[in-house]
Design a protein. Structure first.
Length: 503
């Protein structure tokens, strides 16, 4: 298999009339899905003159049409780049200048007002065309599995976004692993939470298409209305959820299951941030028979490289393992200089090798060379690995434990401190809804930002006295009624750090 379109074509043959995608306004069966994608692909080929392996931007909405556009672009032999139209204009310009796309696809006329000198076109105009099977077949004959499939832009330390470019083979590896390990079939009904410019959505989209299942695009507003969210899951008989950990935290914080329970949910997978066991234990106390899976991995290794199927009880104070590597992926733990492998049981930086690695950062060789390096354990031939910047170690069961970010390790009062260890201790407290630590380099202070119903500095210190040495206690406490989240529903550490600079 060399192209993800094989998933769509196989499912369209097996389940032609089955509903594939559902949003607030429309639904699409597999026959309609593949016909729409082929029409879009045919028109793109016609407009661009058979150009392939080039970026095409899609101004996304949480709707079926965004995914139709993605698949149409793949049929044209190019790769798609989802961009949230709500992004600031300057950020959109930085991304588009990096890409120099051959086309920008918009779903609404108003979106076309931006950068009019670019080649932009309404999606509906692409759909109002005929399928050219001869041209589509010609394009696909020239495709190989290392061709690019999509690019997703992440934040860059210099202020310039980085476009992570991922190929077909990487996604095929991931999705085949998911299907085999988690037993996905055409009976799975996914509830999509992740935005389409966030790589978690890749697992929803392609797992659905491969299995011949159905995916519901859950309205964004419901993720701030937990009762209505669970009602939506029940009304649509959703049994599979691959969500950001923050979505599970929200449901637990509102004590949602005291009032209503998901009736059909069988599998819940979470990633993005470390899952507090306090939250997981809340879910497990109400929904004992679910399969809970902790997924780990950055965008640069195609979503996830390790997984842990929860198989035992954990106290609130323990860390949840990130588990073991996926098939056809190798994990290496390197020392601080990225030169040697650390001994088993010691802390090292998690590095990944295998076909799961992204192709690099689009149009950014310097950043690519910094993150994708020659395997220091192999001097005999070229072999790239990706350095995640995450510090991990193996526990006595042979499971990987996430400890902290490499850049979260600080030197404070003569001690090396992992900020992640403080966060685990605070997030275990029953009166804390969520918390993160940031180091204020200017004033040399550990700052704890926490979400709670009331100020509880005294209570936090009292609890920390029993679990952490005094030099690890935060020097400053900042309470929020609701911690700021970024567009991917992760706590916005950048915004919190900016508040320190303003002070």
């Amino acid at each position: 298999m060399k192209n993800v379109l094989a998933y769509l074509e196989d499912s369209a043959k097996k389940y032609p009339e089955k509903t594939a995608l559902v949003d607030e306004k429309h639904s699409l069966n597999y026959t309609e899905f593949i016909e729409s994608a082929k029409k879009i692909g045919s028109k793109i080929i016609d407009i661009t003159g058979n150009q392939t392996k080039k970026p095409i931007v899609v101004y996304i909405d949480r709707c079926i049409e965004s995914i139709e556009a993605f698949m149409g672009i793949v049929y044209s032999g190019n790769f798609y780049v989802p961009i949230d139209n709500a992004l600031p204009e300057q950020r959109k310009k930085l991304i588009i200048d990096t890409l120099n796309p051959i086309m920008i696809i918009c779903s609404k006329q108003g979106q076309m007002d931006f950068l009019k000198y670019r080649r932009n076109i309404l999606l509906q105009d692409l759909k109002d065309s005929c399928i050219n099977e001869v041209q589509l077949d010609k394009v696909q004959c020239g495709q190989i599995d290392t061709d690019p499939l999509y690019a997703i832009f992440t934040s860059g330390s210099t202020g310039v976004p980085k476009g992570v470019l991922v190929g077909h083979r990487s996604v095929i590896d991931l999705i085949d692993n998911f299907a085999e390990i988690f037993g996905f079939t055409h009976e799975n009904v996914w509830g999509n939470q992740a935005p389409f410019d966030f790589d978690v959505s890749v697992k929803d989209i392609y797992s659905t298409i491969k299995a011949g299942g159905t995916m519901y695009i859950i309205p964004k507003r419901l993720f701030s209305m937990p009762l209505k969210l669970v009602e939506y899951l029940n009304e649509n008989k959703i049994n599979t959820a691959i969500w950001a950990a923050s979505a599970l935290v929200m449901i637990a914080n509102f004590k949602t299951f005291d009032k209503i329970l998901p009736q059909y949910l069988k599998q819940i997978m979470f990633s993005g941030e470390a899952m507090p066991n306090k939250v997981l234990n809340y879910w497990r106390s109400y929904l004992k028979d679910l399969q809970y899976v902790n997924l780990y991995g950055p965008t640069e290794i195609t979503c996830n490289c390790t997984y842990y199927i929860v198989d035992r009880e954990f106290t609130n104070e323990e860390s949840l393992p990130i588990g073991k590597k996926f098939n056809n992926t190798d994990i290496i733990l390197l020392d601080s200089e990225r030169k040697q492998e650390v001994p088993r049981g010691e802390t090292g930086e998690l590095c990944v090798r295998g076909s799961s690695l992204a192709l690099g950062y689009y149009n950014n060789r310097k950043k690519t060379a910094e993150a994708f390096i020659q395997n220091p354990l192999n001097n005999d031939y070229p072999e790239l690995i990706y350095c995640t910047g995450d510090l991990v170690k193996y526990n006595e069961r042979g499971e990987l434990l996430f400890l902290s970010r490499r850049d979260f390790q600080i030197k404070h009062m003569g001690h090396r401190i992992e900020l992640g260890e403080i966060e685990v201790a605070v997030n275990a407290m029953d009166f804390i809804e969520s918390a993160v630590c940031i180091y204020d380099e200017k004033n040399e202070k550990i700052v704890l930002f926490y979400q709670a119903k009331q100020v509880c500095r005294k209570e936090i210190v009292e609890r920390l006295q029993t679990v952490l040495p005094k030099y690890m206690w935060p020097n400053k406490f900042v309470r929020y009624e609701k911690l700021p989240l970024n567009k991917n529903n992760k706590i916005d550490r950048t915004k919190l750090k900016e508040t320190l600079e303003e002070d």
